[in-house]
Each structure stands twice: as C-alpha cells, then as structure tokens.
Write a protein that binds this ligand. Structure first.
Ligand code: ADP
Ligand code: ZN
Ligand code: ZN
Length: 731
C-alpha cells in the first residue's frame, strides 16, 4: 500500500503531494486525514495523508520511501474537513496545505515546533471485587493507611491518586488489589455555575424560534435582524436546545469572546459544561484541550471567534454567527477566508440552517435578505420595559467656538448628573485611523476623491493629498473650499489625554480605561468588564472594543467623543462602519428599566451615517448607502478583489504593479474595472513597500484564472510578492 502525503516544504508553497510506502506495521493504524512523519531529503517532515491506495511498482520510476510513523491515533481531518480545505484553497487562492493548517489548532499543525501535551491525571481503581477487598481489610492488621485507602475505594469507581501516600499505593498495587490508570484532564473548566434566570420567550421570540426550529433540516440562511437588547441571544438558546434534543451539535461564532464573557455566562447557565470555548485569549494548551473536548465528543456546543467555524463536529444541527457584520469574521492574513462563507459550506454538508444575527446587518447581508436569498427575521423592539435610548447629536463646530474641543457642554452636564445619581457612564473614543486625514475645524469639510468618494490621505513628504484607490492626487488645501476658513488640519485625540481631562473635571469619579494599552494582559478584558459591572467604577472610557455586546443595567449615558474619526477613514465602508459603531455603542445605554441617553459629538451632524442613528433608522441608512454604492460601483453591486504587490525595492515594486495592472486590464471582461496601481494606505511596513490594484467586477470568468497566473508568475520571484484578497475588509 502507498499513501499520498501533503506536506509543507521550506518556504516554497507547492501544491503537490508525494507518494510514500506504508510499512507493514503501520497498515492497521494509518487512515486518511491523519498526520504522519516522512523522510524528505535529509529532514523528517510532518504531512497529512490525503489518500491510500494499492502499490503498483510499475507506476513509479524511482524507489519509494517508507513512512516513518503515524502521529495521530485518529484522523485530525475527517472527509468533510478535507473537502472543506479544497474549497478554501479554491476560494482564497491559497495552497491546500495552508488551508488545512488554518483549520487546525496550533497544537495539531504539521511542522509544529513546540509540542503541546495532553494533560493527564492518575486515578486508583479496583483490581478485585468489593468482597475480596473487604476480606483483605478484615485480615489486614498491620497497615492502617492501606485500610483507609481501600475503605475509600469500596463502593467508588475511582480515587485521585495524589490524595494518598505513594508508598501505600505502590504496595497495594503490588498485591494486585488496585490498579493505576491515567485519564485526560482538560485545562479549562467552563462549568462556572451562574444563577440560571428563567426566561419566558416573548411571542415574537417564540415565533422566530419556531420558524427556525421547523426548518432545522434545511440549508436556509436566516438573517436575524434585531435591535440591540431585543433578545437575540434567547432565540439562539431556544434553537440550540432543540438541536441538542435531536442529538446534534451547534457552532456559535461571536466577534471576540474576551469582550463578551456575559454571552458565555448566559450559555453556561443554560447548558452547563456542554460547551467548548475557543478564542484568542486562551493559551495554546487550553485551545488544544477545548478542541479535544469537541473531537472526543465531550461537548455539543462550541462558542468561539472566527476559527471556531472549523470545529470538528460530525453532526452539526445549527450554525449561528452573532454580530454578523463584524469585520473580524474575515481573516486578515493568508489564507483570507471569511467565516460566513465557510459556514455556508458546512451548512450544506451537514444539511443544517445558518443564522446570521445583527442589529446593524452588513449591507451585503441585508441586500441578500431583501432579495430573498436569506430569510429575514426581525425583532424590532427591546425586551420588556426597556426602550431604545434617546440620542442627541452635538455639533462640535459650535462647541469649538466656545473653546470646548473635547467635551461639549451637554456631555459634561450629562456626566455630572449621572455621577450624582450613582448611575454609570460609557465614553467611546473612536480609535484613530491608520492614516492622516485633514478636516476643516470650522465646518467639518474633508477633502475627498471625486472618483471614489473616500477621504484623500495626506502625504507629508510632498505635501500632496492622494486617493489610495485610484491614485488621484491634489495639493493640500490651505483654505477650506466650503467656508473659507484656514483652520484645516489633523484633529487627533489620544485616550490618555482624555482620561486626564476627565480626571481634572471630575476628580471624584472612578474612571477605568479600556484600550490596547490596558488590555494587553490575559484576562484584563474580563476584569475590567466585571469590575465595571460590579460598579467599582463610574466611567468606562474606551475605544471600539467597548461597543459590542456588553450588557450593563446601570449604564444610562453613552457618550461618543469623536464620531468623525471612523467616518473619515479612507475606505468606502467608512459610512457603514460609523453607523454600525454608533448604533452598537448607543445600544449599551438604558438596557434596563432606567432610561438611557446617548450623546454623539461630531463635526458632521448632517451626515446620514450620523444623524440617522438618532432615530435608530437602519432602513433609511441602508437605502442611502446603497444608492452611493450603486453610483460608485461598490459592493454589494460589484465584487471587489484586491491585488497587493510587495517589494523592498520601491521602483521594482511599482514596475511590477504596473505590469500586473496592464495584464489584468487586458485579460478581464470589458465591464470589469481595474483601479491603480497606487501605494497602499500603509505604504511601507518593515521596509517593504506596498502597492495595490483594485478590481471591481460583477461576474468575471477570467478573473480567477488571471489571478492564478499572476501568483504563479511571481511565486519564485525573490524581490516581488503578490497577495490576493477577495472581498477585502479594508482597501
Ligand atoms: P441582543 O443580543 O438582541 O442585544 P440580549 O439577548 O442580550 O439582546 O437581551 C437583552 C436583555 O434582555 C438581556 O438582559 C436578556 O437577558 C433579556 N431578555 C431577553 N429575552 C428576554 C425575555 N423573553 N424575558 C426576559 N428577559 C429577556
Ligand atoms: Zn470649512
Ligand atoms: Zn479615487
């Protein structure tokens, strides 16, 4: 017998398998989807077994080598996952080996350097019947300690070995009264007992759950569009209960678990320890164990971030993607897969529905729901007595005239009142973009590209403003074309400075800051969130990471310090991202009986992405934004593929980019559009220059072929590398 082995060879990414002989002693063990050890030149490499077949000497011109050993006891990739890897490789234009690597936890990747072990515990079990043991105890007058152990063991299945004296254990083992066994223990115990609050679903929640439950044997994709606090989580729970009754499993994706510990708590209070949790906050060993809980069939539910979509369940009954609009569901580096696409593939393989949930669905998803591709389910009101909060939009142009550049009078007053009433406050500081954009301090004007409708980026070196989609360039304006002011500049703000200002204004307020600096340590997210929930602080000041999913009953005021930062990011999705962010963060206010208020500070109060949050009007936002997308030929009307070209040599990179553009323009359909080449928004990272071309297309049969040609052409080039990103998050 021989096996086809897929392995990773050096830095060259070859999409190729190699044939190895299966030695007799491995014949019984080896299976497709296992990892094996093979000799390769002078090295030993790990690889995946892709197929096993009869050996026919005549088919090979050279002598085949033997497989050295198998690494796994069971296949780490079953048939479904092996097929899924092919899909990923085809869809993202990556090699098959990278597709398989991305599907597995680090501990199971071929070529893994640090070995992560299974943790085991030793137990004492009986090696004789209870009667025989009792008999021994009766006659044993010498060792009190032995009798204690044996007495403990009678009527018990097993005892923890560490609780007993080693010498005593040894001698009983010698007498063949007991045996020592080892059992796997998992590093994480997710069975945190929390109070189980009984929830009776509202009529609407019940109706939606019933609809999904009656279609559990379909591959429908649902879009559950429900305002913040409308009780989407309870719908998920109801559906999962039914899935478990059918003896099937559930995958639930959340944007980032460390930010939503409350969601996990809610689940454990219903499902106990039947849950594995997978996210970036875990150590490699913990991740490995959570993965093994799934593999060993010890849990039926997995909650996790993006990569949990690859959970090796064999009988999935539902897949849920909460906050489906979140950009982190798309992997930002190679292979650039989107968890929603993977979910659809798996939904087909397992014949189960997919639920996408959001209060602010992505334009793509809502458009699909309107077209009937997805089935739309709506929860339009909050649960119980709580109402959506009042939103006030503050025009900072007016405030700045009075010298208030950070805090408007209304926001200061709002904070003061809440502090006096012992209520809590969340303040959002929109994280700065990665580029410099220039805004008029007097009227909020931003210089935009006439072709692409995105903000131009300021290049200090030559004083020019550039569009990094199409390459349009213009001189930096000295005077605002709208109002004539010469106060055109970069309006940045840092979290720390805001914290200081806040401290000066409210010396008695207890303030906690949550941003990349304060959350770098493991568990710090949870700690901040828990402390805030337990009212150890009055004000939570943070970046985007505070916007999602949190449920604090005592928060009655949410303030957005600078709504414009995300609006001015040079990306066609900046309007959508701003509306989502403001709606999400506004959703943190007034989630209980206490009414909530939201204060949004902006230089662009007339921008639809901002003023429509006042009325929580997603529908109007959607219509306006779709109009622009149509005019400017952006998704969902067009698909986008980004071709990125990297080189340490500025000129060679530019030349290659031009060639790529020319090649694409020639080979693609006439209605496809190729923009660029331009420098990327982060145009130099690690001394490597970055260029890009953008392809906009509706349907293009030549695209994939042409992209593959480009990849192949530059594969062996030492000075140029090319990356392809289909449906990129960031352009
Ligand atoms: P969403 O995910 O839509 O923002 P949640 O599922 O977090 O909303 O629900 C918001 C709040 O309402 C939570 O505190 C939840 O426990 C509560 N809740 C949801 N459904 C019900 C219900 N049927 N009865 C009572 N409370 C509910
Ligand atoms: Zn102006
Ligand atoms: Zn442009």
């Amino acid at each position: 017998m021989v096996a086809e082995i897929l392995t990773e060879i050096g830095i060259e990414e070859l999409n190729k398998t190699f044939t190895y002989l299966i030695p007799n002693e491995l014949r019984e063990k080896i299976q497709v989807g296992m990892r094996v050890l093979i000799p390769f030149g002078r090295q030993k490499l790990e690889g995946f077994v892709l197929s096993i077949k009869e050996y026919n000497e005549n088919n090979y011109e050279y002598k085949l080598k033997n497989i050295i050993d198998v690494i796994d006891e069971f296949p780490v990739l079953n048939n479904e996952l092996l097929e899924l890897g092919k899909y990923i490789s085809e869809k993202t234009l990556c090699t098959l080996i990278s597709a398989y690597q991305v599907m597995l936890p680090t501990a199971l990747k071929a070529k893994q350097k640090t070995k992560i072990n299974i943790k085991e515990k030793s137990y004492i079990i009986k090696n004789k019947t209870d009667d025989e043991i009792n008999e021994y105890i009766k006659n044993n007058k010498r060792s009190e300690k032995q009798n204690i152990l044996l007495n403990d063991l009678v009527n018990k299945e097993k005892l923890e070995k560490t609780n007993y004296d080693n010498a005593v254990v040894k001698s009983l083992e010698k007498k063949e009264l007991i045996k020592i066994i080892k059992e796997e223990v998992y590093r994480l115990d997710n069975n945190v007992i929390t109070e189980n609050k009984k929830v009776v679903l509202t009529d609407k929640q019940q109706q939606i759950s019933n609809e999904i439950i009656s279609n559990l044997n379909s591959t429908l994709t649902y879009l559950l569009y429900g305002v913040t606090g409308s009780g989407k989580t309870e719908v998920y729970i109801e559906v999962i209960k039914e899935v478990l009754k059918n003896n099937k499993q559930a995958i639930m994706l959340v944007p980032e678990i460390s930010l939503t510990p409350q969601m996990v708590n809610r689940f454990t209070s219903v499902f106990g320890s039947n849950i594995a949790v997978l996210h970036s906050g875990l150590s490699l060993g913990e991740k490995y164990d959570e993965y093994r809980k799934i593999l060993n069939g010890d849990v039926k539910i997995v909650i996790g971030a993006r990569s949990a979509i690859f959970a090796p369940f064999k009988n999935i009954g539902v897949i849920i993607i909460d906050e489906e609009h979140t950009s982190s569901y798309k992997q930002d580096n190679h292979p650039r897969y989107n968890a929603i696409d993977i979910a659809k593939e798996r939904s087909k393989s397992h014949n189960c529905p997919l639920i996408l949930g959001s209060a602010t669905p992505s334009l793509e998803s809502y458009a699909r729901a309107k077209k009937g591709v997805y089935k739309l389910l709506e929860l339009k009101t909050r649960v119980g007595k709580s109402k959506l909060p009042n939103v006030n939009i503050i025009d900072m142009k007016e405030e700045i005239k009075r010298g208030n550049s950070t805090f408007s009078r209304d926001l200061i007053k709002g904070i003061k009142t809440r502090l006096e009433n012992n209520e809590q406050i969340i303040l959002l500081l929109n994280r700065r973009g990665y580029s410099t954009f220039i805004t008029c301090k007097d009227c909020g004007f931003t210089h935009k590209c006439p072709n692409c409708d995105i903000s131009l980026t300021y290049h200090k070196t030559n004083g020019m403003m550039r569009c990094h989609y199409c390459g349009y360039a213009d001189r930096k304006l000295m005077v605002c074309p709208d109002c004539g002011s010469n106060e055109i500049k970069d309006l940045g703000t840092g979290t720390q400075r805001i914290e200081e200002e806040l401290n000066n204004m409210f010396p008695n307020a207890r303030i906690v800051r949550m941003d990349v600096d304060t959350t770098s340590k493991k568990g710090s997210h949870e700690r901040i969130i828990n402390d805030f929930k337990q009212e150890k602080y009055d004000i939570l000041l943070g970046t985007q990471m505070i916007a999602k999913g949190l449920d604090f009953p005592k928060v009655t005021l949410v303030g957005v310090i600078n709504a414009d930062t995300s609006l001015n990011i040079p990306d066609f999705r900046s309007g959508e991202r701003t509306f989502q962010l403001l709606s999400q963060v506004a959703g943190r206010a007034g989630r209980n009986e206490l009414p909530g208020q939201v204060i949004i500070q902006t230089y662009n109060p007339e921008h639809y992405s901002i003023y429509l949050t006042k009325t929580h009007d997603y529908e109007s936002f959607y219509l306006k934004e779709m109009n622009i997308r149509k005019q400017m030929k952006y998704p969902p009307y067009y698909f986008i593929t980004l071709v990125r070209i990297l080189s340490k040599d500025f000129k060679k990179g530019m030349d290659a980019s031009k060639k790529i553009k020319d090649y694409l323009t020639k080979s693609l359909d006439k209605d496809s559009i190729v923009l660029g080449p331009t420098t990327s928004i982060m145009y130099k990272i690690n001394n490597t220059y970055r260029y890009q071309c953008i392809v906009k297309y509706r349907k293009d049969d030549n695209l994939k072929k042409s992209l593959k040609k480009i990849i192949d052409h530059y594969k062996t080039d030492k000075e140029i590398s090319v990356e392809i990103d289909n449906e990129p998050n960031k352009l």
